[in-house]
Design a protein around this ligand. Sequence first.
Ligand SMILES: *[C@@H]1O[C@H](CO)[C@@H](O)[C@H](O)[C@H]1NC(C)=O
Ligand SMILES: *[C@@H]1O[C@H](CO)[C@@H](O)[C@H](O)[C@H]1NC(C)=O
Ligand SMILES: *[C@@H]1O[C@H](CO)[C@@H](O)[C@H](O)[C@H]1NC(C)=O
Ligand SMILES: [Ca+2]
Ligand SMILES: [Zn+2]
Ligand SMILES: [Zn+2]
Length: 488
Amino acid sequence: MLLSCCVFVSLMAAPCLTAPTLVPAGDSSPSTEPQLDVKRATEYLQRYYNLQEEPAGRAKRSGPSFASKVKDMQMFFGLNATGVLDPNTRETMRSPRCGVPDVEEYSDIQGTRWDKNVISYSIGRYTRDLPRSAVDSLVGSALGVWARASGLTFVRTRNRNADMAVEFATYAHGDLYPFDGPGGTLAHAFGPGPGAGGDVHFDDDERWTAGETGFNLFVVAAHEFGHALGLKHSRNPESLMFPTYRPFRSANLLSREDVANINALYSPVRVHPNYFSRFGRSSQQNPVPSEPLLPQLMQNKCAVDLTFDAVSVLGDATFFFRGRYLWIKHNEQYDIKEGPITNFMPKIETGIDAAFLVPRRSTAYLIHESMFWTVKGSLVKGKPRALSHFGFPAWVQDVDAAVHIVKTGRTLFFMHDIYWSYNENRRVMDFGFPKYISEDFPGINATINAAVYKEGFIYFFVGPQVLKFNCTQKQVVGVERANSWLGC
Ligand SMILES: *[C@@H]1O[C@H](CO)[C@@H](O)[C@H](O)[C@H]1NC(C)=O
Ligand SMILES: *[C@@H]1O[C@H](CO)[C@@H](O)[C@H](O)[C@H]1NC(C)=O
Ligand SMILES: *[C@@H]1O[C@H](CO)[C@@H](O)[C@H](O)[C@H]1NC(C)=O
Ligand SMILES: [Ca+2]
Ligand SMILES: [Zn+2]
Ligand SMILES: [Zn+2]
């Protein structure tokens, strides 16, 4: 596992902590350097510049390889490549920085990336420096920096097997890279991969803050997540991926170089959706035929395995969509109207994947792939609009189901095993989404075809079944056949 340790390390301890050696200004001769500086410089170069340990018993640490590694380091930081520990070099070595090496052996991992665009993360052990909610929010914001630049989507999970497990730890903490107490290494991260891959560790001996004192968790986390996504250190001091810690950055954090590098790994424009849900691909119970069912084809609403694509209340009736066919059941009447969708809504010549009603606006929304129609009463208004209107990442080009929860003013959009929450009052996606469906709706563990909210319950149409879900109890409280809703 490759450690992308972005430890903002000052190998020389931060000045306020210890100042064991006064470095004589202007002294740049290796033979007169204080021993402590040489020792620390050696550790620094071993850690970040692949300086090999000298054979045991050799006291001098100033062979040609030492000098050439000093030069490597000086070139990385844009210093004069003198090969000696001049004051600028020592000062740079003292700067808090990321623990991930600057040179690699890493060249062979160039291009290491996640082979998916939905990446899960978990937050394990927290720090006591900040309230948990603040840690959650700063970590979420740090991921948002990369989500905006890359089109990647990050989903929080309580599962320990998350792709990127975040935790705070001190000294030895179960990997080969023990932390070093206050100062020095601030955090480190592993590049994409199974197991420890993608994991991010913060040194809890640092003082983590949300502001300008101590170390700003948002900034350090954003840098570490860069490594967890596969990025290496940059020589550009303007870049977030520069190895040393700098608290003040522009609002966006990312330099043009950072954006170019993440885009080189993950195309920001969706070309092929590459989403593998935890349900597995076989759980798609109702694949939409590429050439939809013939509209004129009568459907047997009482077939045992009948499934729906979308179900929504519209006005005083409930609409059931399947392919290009529609059943309409009036709340107060026994008879059911049915026929091709175009019979009722001439503008809609496709199937409907998801539908929801916002009663406050007396408006329903009918979604087909990446477009949606707005329906008032039973009248389709204007032209279809892009699903991205709701604030989805670019790769989301369809949803499985949607439901509006009157009580909270939220619309939930379900896709495979994740869901988003949209605030209809503020008309923005809620922070912290998407989330895994199974974590908030235990018992719903297969692709949701359709969902309806009625009298405090969400009814999930999953294949030929309807699961009645009590949101307070957070559990399925009943199961019925989907077409029992059509009186079968
Ligand atoms: C590099 O060396 C030149 C000449 O010795 C000096 O003027 C300059 O300040 C040095 N630059 C750095 C970054 O140390
Ligand atoms: C869903 O969960 C139930 C009970 O937890 C289980 O019996 C069923 O096999 C699961 N279905 C899938 C598709 O995982
Ligand atoms: C859901 O369950 C809770 C707790 O059992 C109960 O108080 C509540 O009435 C149920 N919700 C609905 C809408 O019935
Ligand atoms: Ca440290
Ligand atoms: Zn780093
Ligand atoms: Zn670690």
